[in-house]
Design a protein. Structure first.
Length: 283
């Protein structure tokens, strides 16, 4: 049974946003593919590990973890019913039999106690309403000394090509800002360390990594993809038709500057965090 908090995030990921990610599974996997190497290097998954994939989405990292952990098992948890349906279909198609999926909010879902050796997340932990509670719940699911590894977005930066693209679109929007957790909520290494320390983690390391991102096969393709993405739709939802046309024109021009023979690529800085659950919780 699903355990979902009644939040805007749950509604979004079971509505338009989740359907968009599920429908464009291959595109999102290509966009985020370069995050996999740093994430799995930090996680250090080995044969026999029991792995928890937090915010598993369409299941790309879950399936990678399952291959690395054999004969161990992997549990993928996500808010999104549409994305989990896609994950299950892909897992069946790839004939992986050491994966389970549950629909739930990792902040509150009963993950049991000390049942996992490793917890991972590829950009699936930035939207927790209560980060300390969420990482506390994840920590309790890890055995003492169990490992945590996740990738989160870096801070907005004028030199970062991904944030430049987002700025191009937001300049045309009139919508009020989101009041909930933002994509850069885990962009400060000191904040990450404080949150994880409070949640009974130790050996905390936060390292920046510059990664390439592939947005589409040409500027026109990438423009339409980005304009359909949930946050962009939010930024432009109150924009007049002329502003929408201007946003499309400016975004296309910005993406065209990054167009090459193998698609549209920008770079961005992410943070790769690793930690361990304390051997004994003395809080």
């Amino acid at each position: 049974m699903a355990q979902l908090a009644n939040t805007d995030q749950a509604q979004a990921w079971n509505g338009y946003e989740g359907r968009h990610w599920a429908r464009h599974q291959d595109r999102y996997d290509a966009l985020n593919a370069e995050l996999n190497g740093p994430l799995f290097a930090a996680a250090g998954i080995t044969a026999g590990d029991r792995v928890l994939d937090v915010g598993c989405g369409n299941g790309a990292t879950t399936r990678l973890a399952a291959r690395a952990a054999r004969p161990g098992r992997v549990l993928g948890i996500d808010l999104s019913g549409p994305m989990l349906a896609t994950a299950r279909a892909s897992t069946a198609a790839e004939r992986l039999d050491n994966i389970d999926y549950v629909q739930g909010d990792a902040q509150i879902y009963d993950l049991g106690a000390a049942g996992f050796d490793v917890a991972i997340s590829r950009a699936g932990v930035m939207f927790f309403a209560d980060q300390r509670a969420a990482f506390g719940n994840i920590g309790r699911a890890l055995r003492p000394g169990g490992r945590l590894a996740f990738v989160s977005l870096g801070a907005p930066n004028a030199d970062d090509e991904m944030w430049q693209l987002f700025g191009t679109v937001r300049a045309h929007g009139t919508a009020t800002p989101d009041t909930g957790p933002q994509p850069d909520s885990l962009a400060d290494p000191a904040h990450i360390a404080a949150v994880l320390s409070d949640a009974a983690f130790t050996d905390i390391a936060v390292e920046p990594a510059r990664v390439p991102l592939r947005w589409g096969h040409d500027a026109a393709d990438a423009t339409e993809f980005l304009l359909g993405w949930g946050p962009v739709r939010h930024w432009l939802r109150d924009a007049a038709p002329a502003a929408l046309d201007a946003a499309r024109t400016d975004l296309h021009a910005a993406l065209a500057r990054h167009e090459g023979p193998d698609g549209v690529h920008t770079w961005s800085t992410c943070l790769v965090t690793s930690a361990r659950r304390r051997e004994s919780d003395t809080r």
